[in-house]
Structure formats: structure tokens, C-alpha cells
Design a protein around this ligand. Structure first.
Ligand code: NDP
Length: 300
């Protein structure tokens, strides 16, 4: 058996084009242009790459993109003042503070200073609470992207057994809550889980968000299960030449693809969906801020 490949790149392009169509209508019918502000503190190279590509794609879907690049030694007071100014700016509908922040800044404090309605990363404690109680909220982008791909694949997720490997606040826990919201029977596995292979083998849906290269082998997968690989790990690739690196996920793609019914590749699976969902969340925030219905199919 060879798994269907869930093409996250194509899926993300489709989400972005739906967002762009909504933005055209928002401008034409209501004179509103969504605005997304990204705040970057310091010069972490990976963060700079993310911020650049977020800015480019934001503009591509017709939104305004605002970037605040702050020095690495910016004080907490100054950073909070920037967030406060964005909270009070009616032209800004989404605010994202790029993580990780330099060590001297309290991430929780900064994230919780963002107005919940503009918290397009869905990390504010109010949005976490709303998601946990099954109420409408801003949902973290990576799990939202996984949910969209799973809904598209299955139609209804009701009654399916889902195992989420990983319990982080940004991926594992919100992913589990979203699957529960769609009436899956959800198990959250983590580093202390006993008999992890047996737990994973029960699942119709496996979401791997562990941060360990190729940890889940094919013989843990129930035949026909759908495997969503959130992991992004950079490892040495001597087969490509000396010093070369490659990206792999948290599942062993070659062996899992032999058994699974469908699988997301790395790269080109979950990754592209994260930014697409950031744009979808910015659109949702803009609609809500203006008393308009949230765009169908682009929210949880
Ligand atoms: P964290 O390090 O915050 O969490 C990892 C989780 O995996 C923890 O809950 C940990 O358990 C669990 N874990 C670690 N080792 C094992 C093990 N041997 N068996 C079972 N569980 C284990 O990672 P994140 O959630 O932030 O990210 C996970 C992966 O997803 C990373 O590769 C990251 O790069 C990627 N990622 C990808 C994104 C994308 O856009 N595609 C976005 C965000 C992340 P415990 O809690 O017990 O320690």
C-alpha cells in the first residue's frame, strides 16, 4: 500500500487564494483592508526568514503588512509600549510577536499583553481558555492548518480515534482540543507515555509534534491511518554531499507511507499551512472587529 500524499503547498495556496478573494470583497463592500503587524525583537536568522515570508504573503493576499523590528536589547517596557500602540490602532487587525523572544523578555507577559481579538497566533491565555471550553476563539495556526487538511480528507472526523504525540501549548494541546471539538476520541501522548507504539497503532489519525527526527516508524501505524507530520528537523544528509543538511519530520516518511492511507510530507506538508492560517486568522479577526461573519471554511 502506498499512502496518498497530502500536498500542503497546494492546500496552503488554495487557502491563501480564498483569503485573497475575501479581502477583495472586504475592500469593495466595506472599504476595509486587513492589517497584520509582526513584531520582531533581535536578529535570530530563522525568525528573520519567517517574518520576511509572512510579510511577503500578507501583501500577496491584499492585506497591509506592518513590521516592527526592534533591537535585541529592547526593554520589556518598550516592547509592551509597541504592543499597546498596535492594540489601539484601528488599522491593525492582527498582531504577532515573533517567538522566541530574547531571554530578558517575559514571553507570557508579552503575549498576554496583545488584545485577544488581535491575537492571530492564538497564544493569549483568553484564547487558550476559549478553545478549551469549545468557544469561538483565535486558534493557533499550525493546529488549525492540520485540522483543515484532516477535514478536507475525511469530510467528518466524528468518532475517529486520534492520537496526538506531543503536548506543547503551541501544537499538541490545541491540536487535541480541535480534534475533540470535531468529536474525535483523542489521546495525547508525550515523553512519559507507556507503550507508545501500541497507543499510536490504535489511531485513525496520528499527529506527530515531537521535535525528534523520524521518531515514528511505519510499524506503529495502523494500515490506512492518516499521518500528519508537524515536525521540522534539520539533519545531516551525507548522501547529498559533505556538510549538506536536509529537513525531515517526526515520522519516518518512507516506512509510514507504505502503511498509511494518507500522509503529509516534510517539507511541503504542515509547514506551508501555518502561514496560510495566520492570514486566515487575520481575516477572521478583521471580520469580527467589524461585526461581519467569520469566513466559512477558514476557521475552526
Ligand atoms: P516541544 O518541544 O514544545 O514539545 C515536544 C513534545 O513532544 C513534548 O510534549 C514532549 O513530551 C514530546 N516528546 C518528546 N520526546 C518524546 C518521545 N520520545 N516520545 C513521546 N513524546 C515525546 O515542541 P513543539 O510542539 O513546539 O514542536 C514539535 C515539532 O513541531 C518540532 O519539530 C517543531 O519544529 C515543529 N513545529 C512545526 C511547525 C510548523 O509550522 N510545521 C510549527 C511549530 C512547531 P513532554 O511534554 O513529556 O516533554
Amino acid at each position: 500500500m502506498s499512502a496518498q500524499i497530502i500536498d500542503g503547498k497546494e492546500f496552503a495556496a488554495n487557502v491563501r487564494s480564498q483569503v485573497a478573494e475575501h479581502v477583495v470583497r472586504l475592500k469593495a463592500d466595506h472599504g476595509i483592508t486587513p492589517g497584520l503587524a509582526v513584531v520582531l525583537v533581535g536578529e535570530d536568522p530563522a525568525s528573520q526568514v519567517y517574518v520576511r515570508s509572512k510579510g511577503k504573503l500578507t501583501v500577496e493576499v491584499g492585506m497591509n503588512s506592518i513590521e516592527h523590528k526592534l533591537d535585541i536589547d529592547t526593554s520589556e517596557t518598550d516592547l509592551l509600549a509597541v504592543v499597546d500602540q498596535l492594540n489601539n490602532d484601528p488599522a491593525i487587525h492582527g498582531i504577532l510577536v515573533q517567538l522566541p523572544l530574547p531571554k530578558h523578555l517575559n514571553e507570557d507577559l508579552v503575549i498576554n499583553s496583545i488584545a485577544p481579538a488581535k491575537d492571530v497566533d492564538g497564544f493569549h491565555i483568553s484564547n487558550v481558555g476559549l478553545l478549551g471550553t469549545g468557544q469561538s476563539s483565535m486558534v493557533p495556526c499550525t493546529p488549525l492548518g492540520c485540522l483543515m487538511m484532516l477535514r478536507d480528507h475525511f469530510g467528518s472526523l466524528s468518532g475517529l480515534d486520534a492520537v496526538v504525540v506531543g503536548r506543547s501549548n503551541i501544537v499538541g494541546k490545541p491540536m487535541a482540543l480541535l480534534l475533540l471539538g470535531d468529536s474525535c476520541t483523542v489521546t495525547i501522548a508525550h515523553s512519559r507515555t507507556k507503550d507508545l507504539p501500541d497507543v499510536v497503532r490504535r489511531a485513525d489519525i496520528v499527529v506527530a509534534a515531537v521535535g525528534r527526527p523520524e521518531m515514528v516508524p511505519g510499524d506503529w501505524i495502523k494500515p490506512g491511518a492518516v499521518v500528519v507530520d508537524v515536525g521540522i528537523n534539520r539533519i545531516a544528509a551525507p548522501e547529498r554531499g559533505e556538510g549538506k543538511m536536509k529537513l525531515v519530520g517526526d515520522v519516518d516518511y518512507a516506512s509510514c507511507a507504505q502503511v498509511a492511507g494518507a500522509i503529509t510530507p516534510v517539507p511541503g506538508g504542515v509547514g506551508p499551512m501555518t502561514i496560510a492560517c495566520l492570514l486566515a486568522n487575520t481575516l477572521t479577526a478583521t471580520c469580527r472587529a467589524n461585526g461581519l461573519p467569520a469566513p466559512e471554511g477558514l476557521t475552526a
